[in-house]
Design a binder for this molecule. Structure first.
Ligand SMILES: *Cc1c(COP(=O)(O)O)cnc(C)c1O
Length: 340
């Protein structure tokens, strides 16, 4: 097994803290709750893509790429962190966004602009279409002698997933100190590369833990299918002799709501509760929905009990600022309160 020998570029602030969240725990009836602070990975405000990019950008460098291309929605946290990594490593970044040209450049788009990322908007395309557009642009660059590197949506390739296999190695050490290696680990699932890396890392470093993914878009079956495939390919990259069984993780898809990136009431409530008990900021697209899932599963007794629970915070705060209207009622109430 050669995870620790794979090409890796230092981009993230690691290890991220594993913090006690006892006030929130008491509020939702859990005896022990910790938050793994991957919102503090750095790289243009933090988030889970920094861990994947350490391996992806090293791969891009090894291939001699001068341009890195990736895709996502216009509030993509992944695109923003890729743009930051490209700046640091002296590469050009082009991001392909499956959304209309925005009326206002908010949230992550502000950071993308500051980070000098070329932004291309394709309102009527899905990520498969965008991949074809990226490939065509890559060929054009190649004809000019410029090598490019594509990163799939969310950085969810086998190489990217290694970031979370290494993340599991990191948290295994932290949980050991706390005597909490049998924790239920809860986190948001989007393009499933984070889940894939955790599945591999669990096999290698933390076999007593249980992985509880909360989908923010696809159904559970699709998430698990994607994740298991990426995990197997990632295992091959590092010559890890593991079997990725059907029950290596679980994904709950009942907290998505109407659709990806459409806020839910439960997600909003989870954002307010987490902020007001722990001072920790979640977002409406990923971590708010993931925490809504954690709270519901805890209240139903499906996680926790005699086992510790970890909420793996995957970031997303930069996107929050594109959702300021969601908190307008709170702002107005607080601005007219007269308690003091
Ligand atoms: C991308 C992202 C996720 C989901 O990670 P995947 O690897 O795409 O499943 C979760 N939270 C935040 C904040 C993200 O940006």
């Amino acid at each position: 097994m050669k995870l620790n020998e794979m090409p890796r570029t230092h981009l993230a602030h690691l290890p991220t803290p594993l913090e006690d969240a006892s006030k929130l725990a008491a509020e939702i009836g859990l005896p022990r709750l910790y938050i793994k602070r991957d919102d503090c990975t750095g790289l243009a405000t933090g988030g889970n893509k920094a861990r994947k990019l350490e391996f992806l950008m090293a791969d891009a460098q090894a291939q001699g790429a001068k341009v890195v291309m990736t895709c996502g929605g216009s509030q993509s946290n992944h695109a923003r962190q890729t743009a930051a990594a490209a700046c640091k490593l002296g590469m050009k970044c082009v991001i392909y966004l499956a959304d209309p040209f925005p009326t206002t450049f908010e949230g992550n788009l502000v950071l993308d602009s500051i980070l000098d990322a070329e932004m291309k908007f394709y309102p009527s395309m899905d990520y498969d279409d965008l991949l074809r557009v990226m490939e065509a642009d890559g060929k054009e660059l190649a004809a000019q002698g410029i090598k490019s590197y594509y990163i799939p949506v969310g950085g969810s390739s086998p190489v990217g997933a290694l970031g979370y296999a290494a993340g599991m190695q990191e948290i295994a050490g932290q949980l050991k100190v706390l005597g909490a290696e049998n924790a239920d680990i809860v986190f948001g699932v989007g393009s499933s590369g984070t889940l894939a890396g955790m599945i591999l890392g669990r096999e290698l470093f933390l076999p007593e833990s249980r992985l509880v993914g909360i989908s923010v878009s696809r159904d559970s079956f699709q998430c698990m299918q994607r994740a298991r495939k990426i995990a197997r390919q990632a295992a091959e990259l590092i010559d890890a002799d593991v079997t990725i069984a059907d029950d290596c993780a679980e994904v709950h898809d009942q907290y998505v709501g109407e659709d990806y990136a459409i806020p839910t009431q439960e997600g909003k409530d989870a954002i307010l509760l987490t902020a007001r008990t722990e001072g920790v900021i979640l977002d409406p697209v990923y971590t708010g929905k993931a925490m809504a899932g954690l709270i519901d599963l805890a209240r139903k007794g499906e996680i926790g009990g005699d086992k510790p629970v970890v909420f793996w915070h995957t970031g997303g705060a930069a996107g929050l600022f594109a959702f300021h209207e969601l908190f307008r009622d709170e702002a107005e109430r607080l601005a007219s309160e007269n308690a003091i």
